[in-house]
Design a protein around this ligand. Structure first.
Ligand code: B12
Ligand code: SF4
Length: 486
């Protein structure tokens, strides 16, 4: 029996979003940032004796003519339309299709219009049963486990089947679940409140394996909140120290109050943290149920503390909450610049199906658009409360242009550079970018507006310099890159 596990391409879903990090991958001479962990995880759960193949449409074409018995496709909301197209193509060829992942778990009825079977929730406890049923020609429409799988016995993902050379990051998941319960988040809904851990010894084995496959690659910890349990986090970070890796991870902002933990994080190789600031309005943080961890009055102190530990920040802010008005965009811009947040991750509030946010907006008749291709966090799909949807869309584009203008980047990076956050403690330059990567990276940041994005992509693909003069400000990127001595 042969199984093919597929991730649908973002681009073919109509998404061109900086936060897919495709441009970043180009800068590191890779084709994409990282593989969807679902694929090597499912491959590892597949009993030996079954032939498994992994195909990520973000880095390769799908060979629909290849002979396979079963196709499994992973889904997020923003790629699900393309996943359905792939599923339909296979089914026309009489290949059995199984769908799984965060989107189809919430909308299995929608998914069943395109699949023979849908796995609802995590696959660990049902994938084996599904394969058995398939062999016996007795496939059920849906599979779901009664409990959240324990991660103690999780097999190491099948990295031998992944084309790791095509990705910027080695990706690892150490925990699942989140003790918090934010209104807009799919994670809590899917992985649950109980925080589950992989044993640290297993994570270390996985790191050793990945380092054998490729040294000097940055690690991306795909945990939603890697420091939710400080004791576990500390143990994990201490165990990482001897491996001399660099890593990027995601945490709640409360990580910034614990200087001792930040120090171990730096020593363990943490160089960048994605933090969900979400909003500068206490009222809104309360409405989205995030007031316990996010205290706006502490934000600047937290940021300084993290910077003092030589860790840079990807700061996530959401536009369009119920307290957002015309003045919100400028306030966020000023805050980000004043606090030197290197990589602002600005998103439009997006009512992902299944979340409390979706239900509330649906009940209030405020959902404007349910074409899942638009659920990329850059398109307004709902009616905001205090401003029009057009004003929100315009405000988003304005803010992205401002923050990724040369002037703003220069201000933020210049200040980080002066504080020494862009260098290692021992004085060496960070090796995150390839030699000419940094200037390309800045260009990609500058291309955040939708029109010039197209020009930039064309320019990169043809390896020609696109004209960015309207965006560059006074000093050229070349000079900027030189200042950074790459
Ligand atoms: C790593 C990551 C990324 C990476 C990309 C990884 C990739 N190649 O897909 C990056 C950083 C690029 C990224 C970007 C974005 N992301 Co993201 N990301 C994640 C994150 C943190 C981890 C994913 C992961 O590795 N999970 C671990 C695996 C093992 O879990 P899993 O995929 O759910 O798989 C299990 C089950 O679902 C099931 N399963 C899954 N697929 C299948 C298939 C079959 C056949 C079967 C049987 C079972 C099955 O089995 C698996 C094992 O139990 C998740 C949050 C999370 N915890 O999952 C968000 C998440 C997927 N991202 C999300 C979002 C919104 C985005 C952005 C839009 C954010 C933005 N600011 O722009 C962008 C999208 C850009 C783009 N166009 O791609 C949302 C998606 C919500 C939704 N409903 O779709 C999530 C859930 C985060 C959240 N807070 O809600 N992301
Ligand atoms: S803290 Fe992060 S992962 Fe947890 S529920 Fe809130 S947004 Fe989701």
């Amino acid at each position: 029996m042969k199984i093919k596990l597929i991730a649908a391409s973002n681009k073919k879903s109509g998404i061109s979003n900086f936060w897919e990090m495709g441009t970043f991958a180009k800068l590191t001479n890779k084709r994409y940032s990282q593989i969807s962990l679902a694929l090597p995880t499912l491959a590892a759960l597949t009993p030996s004796g079954i032939d498994v193949e992994i195909c990520d449409e973000n880095i390769e074409h799908i060979d629909f003519d290849e002979k396979v018995d079963l196709v499994g496709i992973t889904t997020n909301t923003y790629t699900v339309n393309r996943a359905y197209e792939i599923a339909d193509t296979y089914r026309k060829r009489n290949v059995t299709v199984v769908l799984g992942g965060i989107h189809t778990s919430v909308l299995p009825e929608e998914a069943l219009q395109h699949a023979d079977s849908v796995v609802i929730g995590e696959a660990e406890e049902v994938w084996g049963e599904l394969l058995n049923d398939f062999k016996e020609n007795n496939l059920k429409k849906t599979y779901s486990s009664n409990s959240k799988p324990k991660l103690e016995n999780s097999p190491i993902p099948r990295w031998d089947l992944v084309k790791t050379d095509s990705y910027t990051y080695h990706t690892i998941q150490t925990t699942r679940g989140c003790p918090f319960d934010c209104d807009f988040c799919s994670v809590k809904l899917f992985f649950g409140k109980e925080y589950r851990y992989k044993p640290i010894a297993n994570i270390i084995k996985e790191i050793e394996l990945l380092l054998k496959i490729k040294k000097n690659k940055i690690f991306f910890f795909s945990d939603d909140n890697i420091t939710a349990n400080k004791k576990y986090a500390r143990e994990l970070f201490e165990a990482l120290i001897p491996y001399n890796i660099h890593w990027v991870g995601q945490a709640a902002v409360d990580v910034g109050i614990d200087s001792e933990l930040l120090d171990i994080m730096y020593k363990s190789g943490c160089r960048q943290l994605l933090l969900g600031f979400e909003s500068l309005s206490e009222k809104n943080l309360e409405q989205v149920n995030k007031p316990k961890i996010n205290k706006v009055e502490n934000y600047s102190k937290i940021i300084d503390n993290i910077h003092n530990n030589k860790i840079s920040i990807i700061g996530a802010f959401i536009l369009g909450d119920d307290s957002a008005d015309e003045s919100s965009f400028e306030k966020i811009k000023d805050f980000i610049e004043d606090n030197s947040i290197a990589f602002p991750q600005i998103t439009v509030l997006t009512p992902f199906p299944g979340t409390r946010l979706y239900k509330r907006l649906k009940d209030e008749g405020r959902i404007l658009n349910e074409d899942w291709n638009n659920y990329s966090c850059g398109v307004v799909c709902f009616k905001p409360k205090l401003i029009s949807n057009e004003a929100l869309q315009k405000g988003y584009i304005w803010l992205m242009r401002e923050l990724y203008s040369y002037k703003s980047i220069n201000k933020r990076f210049g200040s980080l550079w002066d504080k020494g956050i862009l260098v290692k403690k021992n004085g060496n330059k960070r090796k995150i970018f390839t030699k000419n990567g940094f200037s390309l990276f800045l260009k990609s940041l500058l291309s955040q507006d939708w029109e010039s994005n197209k020009i930039l992509w064309k320019g990169l693909i043809n390896k020609k310099e696109p004209s960015l003069s309207s965006l560059l400000g006074t000093i050229s990127l070349h000079n900027y890159a030189k200042k950074l001595k790459f």
